[in-house]
Write a protein that binds this ligand. Structure first.
Ligand code: CBF
Length: 808
């Protein structure tokens, strides 16, 4: 698409869609005009695909996810359409990057899980698979984080305030969803015994569609997000009686369902509204699939041939019971046939081993929201446990563990068990995690049917996380190996040949320094802290969680601080420690860790004795947009979770893809990253998963580690002395007391190996050529971690899905 055509499109949209003459147009107006022009080109592709998608033999994947975290659309869509350069030319001197930077991102997810879903949509589109992502159009996404006096303050997200150009409302495909009430039996016209659900209330789900364009592929997939509206938003009867508030109450009540994203990452929020949200989007999505199936002239007997449905964690697991309800209650299908179709339709991805994230709903709550589903779940469970009994007669322990209903005390519905029973395949998200899913999480299900278990190691899209966010490195790589690697990441291997080339290394260092200089400017503008771009950028960006161990990183910083204070002539590699991440608003320890980071930053950054050898920064409001500026600038990637706790991680992949070296434990996908990049290019430390288990089993006493290590003891004492808290000796006591008394995440045991490993990092960074060689090799060997590879594995091994043939 030539610059002239784009120029005309921008001018047209500025006039006709935005309604502003160029002479008075603001940057926001220009952003809109460009975005409309780009959307037109995406819609054009979407419309052209209509026939293909609706052909009777096309099977598609429905990716059900309560979270999607796509990041801003404009820059990525320009890249995927291959028109960024021409758009720049069309703007003749205006700053395209400024306009791109104005876009609010849809923060419709908490972290890794939602971002993974967005990477998979990018790859599904790029690889031309027929696919729809179904989710919730939260009016308020993840909160914006600001820092006041070192503490996290949550500010309501308002992503929809400036309007959202990328979505199209489709009221004609709205769905009605029942909630609450009771069930009753009746006999139908054929004399058959049937059940119907009489709800307390109904809400309407209205879909908003965002087409996601693939990279240079002519293909699009759909992101369909449901928004809740009242069935009848204005009750005239109430209004006429003079009850104005009553008249709008129903509207407010219904709309609450899609109002706000629960801001908990890997923590169960057992609230009624959360269950309603889950059911709401699942019910709308299943009905939408049934509609599409019938519209294409198929019977529901073939539902599973037209749709495979991926459950992104247990949040959408109620879909199993909902499809059964539709097939049996509404379409009068015999139970056995409906169950066969259901089992062939669903597959389930587990994303966590954290017990607090495994969803279970108190039975009374569940029954009051979804009375019919509870009956269906009981019936699924009865039939399932009958089978188990014939295989394992008399093993009541096994039966209790496999049951969808937890009856060990107060009764619960276990959503993971429902997902397991209702799916043909379950997968973990990294090799180690998939093993632990078999051996720790679902050993009884594994005994029952080992063939059902698979691994699909996560992947990330190289388009957004290298092509878009790191144009300098992209150009450098293009210059050596051509540009097709963005759609075939294995081609990065060809860079290995240049890893020792001094000229190439110098260019590589130059690009890294430019990226660090840019980030240093952002840090200064957003926090006031001045950092030196030539220092080692040591980066830990992710949700704040005790198992991710941001506080282990802090213990290392305080160790260095202590060493510098004890020895004023000490020489260490100058470092900038950068943290970013949000804490769940109700997670006290996580919020205290943020306060600790900021308090240590305040003390260390201002102490002249430190001679600027270390700087500590907490960059507020970590999100996709900010991440894109951070990854390219990283020298060191902190992946230091307690082994066996991080399912996979994906930030680890994005940082390595941008040339950062990893310091990490053998946890999640770190294991595979290390295998790929080579042990010699990875800083490994800490307990393995088995060692951690043995240590706990043998009676772990964290205090012993502290007492046996004077340096560690000094660090803990320094925190307790009030030095970082203006003399308040109690402020951080919950952290230090937990470390000394319980230390669930084994920081004390891993402290010394971590600090020693950091010393190796310090030495390695002094040899810049060797470091750069390692950095090049990290990038060269990241091919495996493309989301294209992951999506192909899902398509081939789980969904049995074929891509569309490329356009002639
Ligand atoms: O699989 C994607 C990511 O999901 C999580 O973020 C999650 O929410 N369960 C995990 O914590 C990550 O390890 C994982 O990479």
């Amino acid at each position: 698409m030539s610059p002239e055509i784009l120029k005309a499109a921008f001018a047209d949209n500025l006039n006709f869609a935005v309604g502003r003459p160029a002479e008075i147009a603001t940057p926001e107006d220009w952003y809109q005009a460009i975005a409309f022009s780009v959307r037109d080109r995406i819609m054009h592709r979407w419309v052209r695909q209509f026939e293909k998608r609706n052909a009777p033999d096309v099977r598609q994947v429905a990716y059900l996810s309560a979270e999607f975290l796509p990041g801003p659309h404009l820059g990525n869509s320009l890249l995927n359409l291959g028109i960024t350069d021409n758009a720049r030319k069309a703007l003749a001197g205006q700053d395209l990057d400024l306009y791109i930077g104005l876009e609010e991102e849809p923060g419709l997810g908490n972290g890794g899980l939602g971002r993974l879903a967005a990477c998979y949509l990018d790859s599904l589109a790029t690889l031309c698979y027929p696919a729809t992502g179904y989710g919730i159009r939260y009016e308020f996404g993840i909160f914006d984080q600001s820092i006041k006096d070192g503490w996290q303050v949550e500010v309501t997200d308002k992503w929809l305030l400036p309007g959202n150009i990328w979505e199209i409302k489709r009221p004609n495909f709205a769905q009605v969803v029942k909630i609450g009430g009771h069930t009753e039996t009746y006999t139908d016209e054929h004399g058959a015994f049937r059940v119907r659900w009489i709800p307390d209330r109904v809400v309407v789900g209205v879909p908003y569609d965002t087409p996601i364009v693939g990279y240079l592929s002519d293909s699009c997939v759909l992101l369909r997000l449901w928004s809740a509206e009242a069935a009848q938003s204005f009750d005239f009867a109430d209004f006429n009686r003079g009850d104005y508030y009553g008249a709008v109450e129903e509207k407010v009540f219904s709309e609450n369902i899609s109002k706000v994203l629960y801001p908990n990452d890997e923590q169960l929020e057992g609230k009624r509204l959360r269950l309603e949200q889950q059911y709401f989007f699942v019910a709308c999505s299943i009905k939408d699939m049934i509609r599409l199936c019938l519209r294409r002239g198929s019977t529901l007997e073939r539902f599973h041939e037209m749709f495979c449905v991926q459950l992104n964690d247990t949040h959408p697991a109620i879909a199993v019971a909902e499809l059964m309800r539709q097939l049996v209650d509404k379409y009068a299908m015999p139970w056995e046939r409906a169950w066969d179709i259901t089992r062939r339709t669903f597959s389930y991805t587990n994303h966590t081993l954290m017990p607090e994230a495994l969803e279970k709903w108190p039975l009374p709550l569940f029954g009051s929201v979804l009375p019919r589903h509870l009956e269906i779940i009981y019936e699924i469970n009865r039939r399932f446990l009958d089978e188990v009994r014939t295989r394992f007669p008399g093993d009541e322990g096994k039966i209790a563990r496999l049951s969808i209903i937890d009856e060990s005390g107060e009764k619960y519905v276990r959503m993971a068990n429902l997902a397991m029973v209702g799916s043909h395949t379950v997968n973990g998200v990294a090799a180690l995690h998939s093993e632990l899913v078999k051996t720790q999480l679902f050993p009884d299900f594994h005994d029952l049917d080992p063939k059902r278990f698979q691994n699909v190691t996560n992947g990330v899209t190289p388009r957004r996380f290298l092509g878009l966010s790191n144009p300098g490195l992209t150009r450098l790589i293009d210059g050596r190996i051509g540009d097709s690697w963005l759609s075939n990441l294995d081609r990065l291997r060809e860079l290995e040949a240049f890893a020792g080339d001094v000229g190439f290394q110098q260019d590589w260092m130059r690009v890294k320094l430019e990226n660090k200089t840019r980030l240093a400017r952002i840090i200064r503008d957003r926090t006031g802290v001045v950092v030196d771009p030539s220092s080692l950028f040591d980066i830990q960006v992710k949700r704040i969680h005790e198992y991710k161990r941001q506080h282990l990183n802090v213990l290392h910083i305080i160790t260095l601080y202590q060493r510098i204070k004890h020895d004023p002539r000490l020489q260490i590699t100058p470092r900038t420690f950068l943290f970013g991440g949000k804490a769940a608003p109700g997670y006290f320890m996580a919020k205290l860790i943020i306060k600790l980071i900021n308090s240590v930053a305040e003390t260390v950054n201002q102490d002249p004795a430190v001679r600027d050898l270390i700087k500590v920064v907490f960059l507020p409001d970590y999100n996709v947009k900010h991440a894109q500026n951070i990854y390219p600038a990283a020298d060191l990637s902190e992946q230091i979770s307690t082994a066996g706790k991080e399912a996979s991680g994906t930030g680890n992949m994005k940082l390595s893809l941008n040339g950062a070296l990893t310091i990490g434990t053998l946890d999640g996908a770190n294991v595979e990253i290390r295998e790929e990049v080579g042990a010699e290019n990875f800083f490994l430390f800490g307990l393995t998963c088995e060692q951690a288990a043995r240590l706990r089993a043998g009676g772990y006493n964290p205090g012993d580690y502290c007492h046996g290590d004077p340096e560690l003891r000094g660090v803990i004492e320094l925190i307790d002395s009030g030095l970082f808290s203006h003399g308040d000796r109690d402020l951080f006591r919950p952290i230090t007391a937990h470390l000394l008394e319980r230390d669930d995440y084994l920081l004390m045991a891993d402290y010394r190996p971590y600090v020693n490993c950091q010393q190796e990092v310090d030495h390695a960074y002094r040899d810049r050529h060797h470091w750069t060689r390692m950095s090049i090799l990290n990038v060269a060997r990241m091919g495996k971690f493309s989301s294209d590879r992951a999506v192909r594995e899902y398509a081939d091994n789980i969904w049995k899905l074929k891509p569309f043939a490329p356009e002639a």
